[in-house]
Design a protein around this ligand. Structure first.
Ligand code: 5RP
Length: 230
């Protein structure tokens, strides 16, 4: 396992300690969240935890959970979650995030908002001083509106592209049946204003700016795990 993977795994193992028996847990998507899902399955198998269920934010998270033996439930059955554990693409000092590298941002934001505590797990390479430096902001859009939203966002962004998949020709289609735009705004000084502006464009479903949502961030480093609290 590479050092980056090891630091992701370390962060995930610490975050899982936030989970108690009987909890319903939101399950984020991506490689770091997957380590947490696997660790939850292992904790159930070994009897360290009992009666834990997960609400997955993607087919990927659901599939990792099924393989790990972590029972799944839905937001319909559990509209309030005890905790959600999720990865991120960038984290700033105020624990604001950019997410959506894996395209699961909309369900991830719903699950984060439904959780009493939103716990984020990252490797130290995800920590930044200013969001948006070297990182696009993913935006989920209705397919019908994608060209229009692309034009509008392009009037403000340095560049914006429709996300195109590998293993499939044409646009990436999210688990919600929508498209994704990746917009480069450069350093984002007024993230709240940008988020509000993006959400004001008809056809935008959700953005990858997660502002004021994270309660705790576990950062895996070569020396150990840092716990950042809001
Ligand atoms: C998926 C996400 C992921 O959490 C984010 O892209 C980080 O992924 P990874 O842990 O693989 O680096 O937002 O929509």
């Amino acid at each position: 396992m590479s050092w980056v993977e090891e630091t992701k795994r370390r962060a995930a193992l610490e975050a899982v300690k936030e989970v108690r028996s009987g909890f319903v847990v939101g399950l984020g998507s991506g490689s770091t969240a997957a380590y947490a899902i696997q660790a939850l399955g292992e904790a159930l198998r070994s009897g360290v935890l009992q009666d834990v269920m997960g609400v997955p934010t993607s087919y990927q998270a659901a599939s990792v959970a099924l393989e790990a033996g972590l029972p799944l439930t839905t937001l319909d059955e559990n509209p309030r979650l005890d905790v959600a554990i999720d990865g991120a693409d960038q984290v700033d000092a105020s624990l604001n995030l950019i997410k959506g590298g894996g395209g699961a941002l909309t369900r991830e934001k719903v699950v984060a908002s439904a959780a009493d505590r939103y716990v984020v797990v990252v490797d130290e390479g995800k920590l930044v001083e200013v969001l948006g430096v070297g990182q696009v902001v993913p935006v989920e859009v209705l397919p019908f509106a994608s060209a229009f939203v692309l034009r509008r966002v392009g009037e403000r962004a340095r560049s914006v592209h429709l996300r195109v998949g590998s293993g499939k020709v044409g646009p990436v289609v999210t688990d919600n049946g929508n498209f994704l735009l990746d917009a480069d705004f450069g350093p984002i000084e007024e993230a709240g204003e940008l988020e509000a502006w993006l959400r004001s464009i008809p056809g935008v479903v959700e953005t990858g700016l997660f502002l004021g949502l994270a309660d705790i961030v576990y950062v895996g480093t070569r020396k150990g795990v840092r716990r950042l609290v809001k």
